[in-house]
Design a protein around this ligand. Sequence first.
Ligand SMILES: [Zn+2]
Length: 205
Amino acid sequence: MEKHGGVKFDTKFIGKAVPDDPRLEVLKFWCGEFHRRNFAPPYGEFSQGNLSFRLKEGENAFIITGSQVGWKDRLSDDKFVIVTGCDLSEGVVYAAGLRDPSSESMMHFAIYQRRSDIQAVFHGHSREVLSCPDKLAIRETREKRPYGSLELVESVLEILDQEMFVVLKKHGFISMGKTMREAGELAIRIHRMCEALKDEKRAEG
Ligand SMILES: [Zn+2]
């Protein structure tokens, strides 16, 4: 599994304001859940995975975890960034905040742009989930692509369709929802099913 190690796009800052939105507390709650459930595994002082929610229906701006902000169980407001837009062809992300937005910001943007029904995008890493797409008929990207790349974005759009949960081959998963709660609970539910399958296999074996 590739480790996340910083952004690969250019960030153009349009402001330094720290997100000030009551929904940030909900996003923090789910960051904490992802940490506790090991969907955002720490490596050293950083952790993998990135979570966002759409600011306003009908627009593509969102609030997302910053890049390399540390473990996700105790993030302060300034560790979150507003992404107002992306130029995917140029690899530019427009943001407001004090940090680089998550390395997967282009992927989040592309999903919000493609799917107006989705209000939350949670990306996590989980060995259990990676090993079970076939068994649960979960859609999976065709090939492993480098994290943070446009190739990865394209590989997701290729299979996204109307799915609410997809697996990034040999990398992680994306759980989506009409609310943050939906996206978070879906990730937990699928992870549980994958774990149960693994236990079954062990019992048989
Ligand atoms: Zn990842």
